[in-house]
Ligand binder design. Structure first.
Ligand SMILES: Cc1cc2nc3c(=O)[nH]c(=O)nc-3n(C[C@H](O)[C@H](O)[C@H](O)COP(=O)(O)OP(=O)(O)OC[C@H]3O[C@@H](n4cnc5c(N)ncnc54)[C@H](O)[C@@H]3O)c2cc1C
Ligand code: FES
Length: 259
């Protein structure tokens, strides 16, 4: 439970607002979709999905992530984990659909790697605001076919991942793995529900975390009370029926904030 000291050995700029930080530790037991708590000394401790056994991929959104962006090779932070429930691992005979939006591609890239290693057939719908914001496209291509969407039409289909999903026969997939901005995931959720394939789907949720290990209750979701850090962050579509998904989340004080 104590943070391990992780020294940064390589930094890759994935897009103008996203960087991957490789460190000198390997989380050998990591399952795709699991996260670590990254302790930025003197600032905060924040949850980050593992994009590889030895990396996190960070979007700069606020205080802690801005501080991580100041890090250079040789700097260090504390890491606890890996924690939580990841995506269900695919098997050889299965056909997998991955739906990734923005930095949501980070925990899905190791899932694509795992599916490829298992011999599954993988299709990915990869969305971002514009071509320059797409991350891990090559990694998803190594696993199978990739359908790109960008909000501004600078690459692939102009529009959202749901515009691509609408044109696919979703009945052929055995598993559907989703991660991205919550508004996007809520639209995907509705589409999968309408197409009657929700029971095949898993969604990775982002919520405000304090302890990260299931003790404090900061990350509980309505109405089930499931803890995102311990019972998730990956939940089945059925677990999220009648939940707060896409409606609201809670801030550090527990107050509801509109999504
Ligand atoms: C399980 C899990 C895995 C995550 N994996 C990644 C990842 O791989 N890469 C990545 O870049 N981010 C990831 N996040 C989100 C990341 O934890 C937040 O972006 C980070 O905590 C923001 O900290 P900050 O101090 O920079 O921003 P703050 O100053 O705290 O907030 C800036 C903005 O981000 C929003 N925000 C804060 N915390 C969260 C949160 N936990 N989820 C969603 N929005 C938040 C705030 O509402 C605010 O609008 C993950 C979150 C969870 C719960
Ligand atoms: S963050 Fe404390 S229970 Fe989830």
């Amino acid at each position: 439970m104590l943070p391990l000291n992780a020294t940064i050995v390589r930094i890759i700029e994935e897009s103008p607002s996203v960087r991957t930080f490789f460190f000198d530790l390997q989380f050998e037991t990591m399952e795709p979709g699991q996260f670590v708590m990254a302790w930025v000394r003197g600032v905060d401790e924040v949850p980050m999905g593992l994009s590889k056994k030895n990396s996190i991929t960070v979007q700069k959104v606020g205080e802690a992530t801005a501080k991580i962006f100041e890090f250079k090779e040789g700097d260090s932070f504390g890491l606890r984990g890996p924690f939580g429930r990841g995506f269900s691992l695919p098997s050889k005979s299965e056909k997998i659909l991955i739906v990734a939006g923005g930095v949501g591609a980070a925990p899905l890239a190791p899932y694509a790697d795992a599916a490829r290693n298992a011999g599954s057939k993988v299709h990915t719908v990869l969305g971002a605001r514009s071509a320059g914001d797409l991350i891990f496209e090559d990694r998803f291509e190594e696993a199978g076919e990739v359908y790109v969407s960008t909000d501004d039409g600078s690459k692939g289909t102009k529009g959202f991942v749901t515009d691509v999903l609408s044109s696919l026969n979703l009945l052929v997939y055995d598993r559907i793995a989703v991660c991205g901005p919550e508004v996007m995931m809520a639209s995907v959720f509705r589409l999968l529900e309408d197409r009657k394939v929700l029971e095949k789907a898993e969604f990775s949720l982002h919520r405000y975390f304090k302890c990260g290990i299931g003790v404090c209750g900061a990350c509980c979701i309505d109405r089930s009370g499931l803890r995102v850090c311990k019972d998730g962050p990956v939940f089945s579509g059925v677990q999220l029926l009648d939940s707060e998904l896409g409606k609201y989340a809670r801030d550090a004080s527990g107050r509801r904030v509109k999504i």
